[in-house]
Design a protein around this ligand. Structure first.
Ligand SMILES: C[S@@+](CC[C@H](N)C(=O)[O-])C[C@H]1O[C@@H](n2cnc3c(N)ncnc32)[C@H](O)[C@@H]1O
Length: 286
């Protein structure tokens, strides 16, 4: 088990262990929510639904399209997108447990024909060139040590003109205190993430992979309440998680989460990316 971000089975094992406790605290999903004031802490699932829809709506999907969900977690967002947009999605994750859960969810919702899930590393995509019309990656590219490498693989499997929408944590300005630096280091370590980048650095990674940035929107203000609410939910039902994580992971994931969410130097970016239309022609003329 390497434990290195974005590689090997370290992260798959991590999500095997924490999936259920996290999903229970996060409204069934494994991502934050989109909140407006006043925040209703009992509406965590609706907030996470809103974030899923915010991402999927930016993909401008048409029924029948083939979509890749990169880091699909337990498949809840994947299934919601299939049902709302009439598309076929392939969800990939490093966690075998999540694949089993996702397949069971698809069957339970009568969506088995619209959804495929597999253990598949986003850093070593085995799909044919140009095999997807669109892709999304909600809080998964953050696990890549090198964002450019992740984007380059996605660029290959997207058809020319296809959109990719990613959500990721970004640095809006330098971290202001030792406490904030320690909390961010704790997030990177305990969630096995790559470094947090500025908008400029992030866009440079996208472009280095041959993709265009269509839009970069920070919705941190709307996502930040998630950490307070989820931290509270996890603390209420902490024993479930405690059985599957180390003391350090528990401290970070439960006790420090609200403080992490209060770091206003951090943003939550929704990045819309396009594979240039002329990519096929350019590749052909090489
Ligand atoms: C925070 S969860 C997000 C899950 C889902 N997108 C959601 O929004 O509910 C991160 C997911 O990314 C997946 N992931 C991380 N690194 C990966 C990689 N290299 N290849 C495939 N999946 C990866 C994890 O297995 C996990 O399912």
């Amino acid at each position: 088990m390497s434990g290195a971000p974005g590689t090997g089975d370290g992260l798959g094992t991590f999500y095997d262990r924490v999936n259920d406790a996290l999903a229970e605290a996060m409204g069934g999903y494994l991502h934050g929510g989109y909140w407006d004031e006043p925040v209703d802490p009992d509406a965590v699932e609706q907030a996470a639904d809103r974030l899923t829809d915010f991402v999927a709506d930016r993909l401008r999907l048409a029924p029948g399209q083939r979509v890749l969900d990169v880091g699909s977690g337990n498949g809840k967002a994947t299934a919601r997108i299939a049902a709302r947009h009439g598309v076929h999605l392939t969800g990939i994750t490093l966690s075998p447990y999540q694949v089993r859960q996702s397949a069971a969810l698809a069957a339970a919702l009568g969506l088995a024909d619209a959804l495929d899930f597999e253990v598949h590393d986003m850093m070593a995509l085995g799909f044919p060139d140009a095999s997807f019309d669109a892709a999304l990656a909600i809080e998964s590219i953050c696990h890549a040590e090198t964002r450019t490498e992740a984007f380059a693989g996605l660029a290959r499997v997207l058809r020319p003109g296809a959109l990719l929408v990613v959500t990721d944590f970004v640095l809006l300005r330098p971290l202001e205190s030792e406490e904030h630096r320690a909390l961010v280091a704790g997030a990177i370590k305990n969630y096995q993430q790559g470094p947090m980048l500025t908008q400029e650095e992030y866009e440079a990674c996208v472009r280095a992979a041959g993709l265009e940035v269509v839009d970069f929107t920070d919705i941190g203000e709307h996502v930040r309440p998630s950490y307070r609410v989820v931290g509270h939910n996890l603390a209420r039902n902490g024993e479930k998680l405690r059985a599957h994580v180390s003391e350090e992971e528990f401290r970070y994931m439960v006790e420090d989460l609200a403080r992490f969410g209060a770091i206003t130097e951090l943003g939550y970016a929704v990045v819309t990316v396009r594979k240039p239309d002329d990519a096929a022609a350019r590749e052909g003329s090489r």
